[in-house]
Design a protein around this ligand. Structure first.
Ligand code: CP
Length: 288
């Protein structure tokens, strides 16, 4: 998404946050979810209902007979697009949506594919703004595996509202170089090789999945790079802890009730963001 587009979606999300039942728009939103999802799938269903529309969930592509390949994802998307106003899709694990929308006749929303999770990034940015304040006034830290789709997409949307400072914290072989970042963020980013949360206003925890080889984790990695009794004392008392979710072990159970942890409010705000995104897409369709 372009910088202006992100700002327009956030503007609509702010309005929806203050007035969640915003319309009587009898749209059909196709939800093609071929991998597990709770927040994204239900968030789009709730947003569609609040707009006055109907979400239709499809959770498999059509089989074509024993020993035969199922209908392709590209064909399935084309079919659903002809019967929907918007389609949101999470493809099977490891599959990218790039190039699959070429024959679609309505907009496609990437609900999290092998490379990007743009709507989660919008939710993260909106949660930061709503729960803490304008990103331009904040020092944001991201600690964990920085190569995952949620971080990749968040770094892209942060171009629209860059933080005052960005700290990137990760164990060995799970990080990024400054050169990997969008140009707008490079001058304000510090790479921290130790999990010290001092000075952060926001700590975002994308998680640390197990990995073999160079990316294998030390036994105490989750305690050090996540929020735990070991790491929590370095985080300022007024900071806010967020996670794209689902939370697995990036927040230690001993810290689940830490008042700085706001992950459920973060996911709650996802409905307003998805209302804003759907409105923006539908308005653009109507204008053509
Ligand atoms: N963050 C996220 O994508 O959550 P779900 O997998 O539950 O949709």
């Amino acid at each position: 998404m372009r910088v202006d587009d992100v700002q327009q979606v956030l503007h609509l999300a702010r309005r929806a946050h203050h007035a969640p039942s915003v319309g009587s728009r009898p749209v059909v939103v196709g939800l093609l979810f071929l991998a597990p999802s709770t927040r994204t799938r239900f968030g789009f269903a709730a947003a569609t209902a609040r707009l006055g529309g109907t979400p239709v969930l499809v959770s498999s592509v059509r089989s074509t007979g024993e020993g035969l390949p199922p209908e392709s994802l590209a064909d399935t998307l084309r079919v659903l697009s002809g019967m929907s106003d918007v389609v949101a899709c999470r493809p099977p694990a490891g599959v990218s949506l790039v190039g699959l929308a070429s024959r679609m006749v309505c907009p496609l929303v990437n609900g999290g594919d092998s490379h990007e999770h743009p709507t989660q990034a919008l939710v993260d940015l909106f949660a930061i703004e709503t729960l803490v304040g304008p990103p331009g006034d904040l020092h944001i830290g991201i600690s964990g595996d920085l190569r995952v789709r949620a971080v990749r997409s968040l770094l892209q949307v942060l171009r629209s509202l860059p933080p005052s400072e960005l700290s990137l914290l990760s164990p060995p072989h799970r990080g990024l170089d400054i050169a990997d970042l969008p140009l707008e963020l490079r001058g304000r980013t510090r790479i921290r090789s130790e999990p010290d949360f001092a000075g952060l206003d926001v700590l975002l925890l994308p998680g640390l999945a197990p990995e073999a080889g160079d990316g294998a984790l030390a036994d105490d990695a989750h305690l050090r790079w996540g929020l735990s009794p070991l790491s929590a004392p370095s985080l300022p008392p007024g900071a806010v802890v967020l996670s794209p979710g689902p939370v697995i072990d990036e927040i230690d159970p001993a810290c689940a009730d830490d008042p700085r942890v706001r992950v459920f409010e973060q996911s709650d705000l996802g409905v307003a963001v998805r209302i804003g995104l759907l409105q923006w897409l539908l308005d653009a369709q109507e204008a053509t």
